[in-house]
Design a protein around this ligand. Structure first.
Ligand SMILES: N[C@@H](CCC(=O)N[C@@H](CS)C(=O)NCC(=O)O)C(=O)O
Length: 368
């Protein structure tokens, strides 16, 4: 029997949850194992160059990291029933939504989990038991450590303040309203068949918004269709779905692109400025939300480069369709605003087998 793929992570982790949704939808067998600290961190740094969640170990023993690049790799290895659509316009839009889901909704998800005591108590206890079993300390000490670490890394330490928390939540509720309308019409973002756009959004939704006490209550009250979609995606195999997606880009996706154009892409531009100036902390205001002391991210400069590249490789006719949509929704100008992207040499070109930049430049290995 072929050994299954091993997915190392946590069963309440954002990116582990994204990868699990991918494997399940594609019908790729895997087994989930919890990362055990501190031993796993050293092992992963030695194998792939950095530690982050999740890691995948292939049956032949190769290690992998970074869900975006891993999914692209698996798509190339299993060409039947791909979740990246054949239509180049849809493929581009999926990659854009995936990137936004990975990089923008992360902060809101971390805020809801770690800045509310209900979320922080639940998650710190869970992670203390799941991941830190071999650390000789009482649970309450591990809980304090985990809350401190996650807030310092990802909420207070990444620009969330008591002044902007409310607006971050307004932005999230707008996302819910937009998605609720879509899922009242159809099963998945692009039709009755899941695509990479759904898998991307599974990151913030599956193990965070639909699980953590505060956002899960909002979903139950105001967004039952979104909640249905979360469990529908988890229980759908793409091989059982109708083959056809909708024609190109449904109009009701436009509000999502408007959100991307007013917050995420301008944020990527501000991050480019910060990385260019080697400013590890920076301030920015997007979509009426002002952030103070956000952490710069070299990884997210690369994300912007990837988005541009994905556009540049479109065939001529499809380029025109995408350009019109991006212009209409406010995405076009910030996509190209920065003339120089401060990328490190060969940044991330060995992904998904080796990586060297973590998402927000937080808790990196000393040699990076
Ligand atoms: N771009 C990466 C991001 C992975 C990531 O940042 N994962 C989080 C946990 S869900 C993490 O490991 N953070 C590192 C840390 O907290 O040290 C991916 O797609 O896999």
């Amino acid at each position: 029997m072929v050994k299954p793929i091993t997915l190392y992570g946590s069963n309440i982790s954002y990116f582990t949850g994204k990868m699990e949704n991918y494997f399940r939808v594609r019908g790729i067998p895997y087994q989930l194992k919890s990362m055990q600290f501190p031993a796993f961190k050293k092992r992963m740094e030695a194998e792939v160059g950095l530690h982050q969640m999740p890691a995948v170990i292939l049956p032949d023993g190769r290690w992998m990291t970074d869900t975006t690049k891993m999914i692209q790799w698996f798509e190339s290895q299993f060409p039947e029933n791909k979740i990246i659509p054949d239509d180049p316009v849809q493929a581009f839009l999926c990659l854009l939504i995936e990137d936004w889901a990975d990089e923008w909704w992360w902060r809101a998800a971390m805020h809801y989990r770690w800045d509310y005591s209900e979320g922080a108590d639940f998650a710190s206890r869970h992670l203390a038991i799941e991941l830190l079993g071999s650390v000789a300390a009482p649970i309450w000490v591990k809980k304090i450590f985990l809350k401190y670490r996650q807030r310092k890394g990802y909420t207070i330490g990444d620009g969330v303040t008591s002044q902007n928390a409310e607006q971050i939540e307004v932005d999230f509720k707008m996302l819910l309203e937009n998605l609720e309308k879509i899922f009242a019409q159809r099963g998945f973002l692009l039709g009755e068949r899941p695509s990479l756009a759904d898998i991307g959004l599974a990151g913030p939704f599956f193990r965070h918004f639909a699980l953590d006490p505060v956002p899960a209550e909002i979903l139950k009250k105001d967004s039952p269709q979104v909640l249905n979609w979360v469990s529908r995606l988890w229980s759908t195999k793409i091989s059982d779905c109708p083959e056809k997606l909708m024609i190109s880009a449904p109009d009701d996706l436009e509000p999502l692109f408007q959100q991307i154009g007013s917050t995420y892409l301008p944020y990527l531009c501000a991050n480019v400025d910060a990385v260019s100036a080697n400013k590890k902390r920076f301030e920015f205001e997007v979509g009426g939300i002002s952030f103070k002391g956000a952490r710069y991210s070299k990884y997210r400069v690369w994300c912007l480069k990837e988005l541009r590249h994905n556009y540049k490789i479109l065939p001529k006719k499809e380029k025109e369709v995408v350009r019109r949509l991006l212009k209409k929704t406010g995405c076009w100008e910030p996509l190209w605003r920065q003339s120089e992207l401060p990328l490190s040499k060969n940044q991330d070109n060995l992904l998904p087998f080796k990586g060297h930049t973590k998402m927000v430049g937080v808790y990196e290995a000393k040699n990076t």
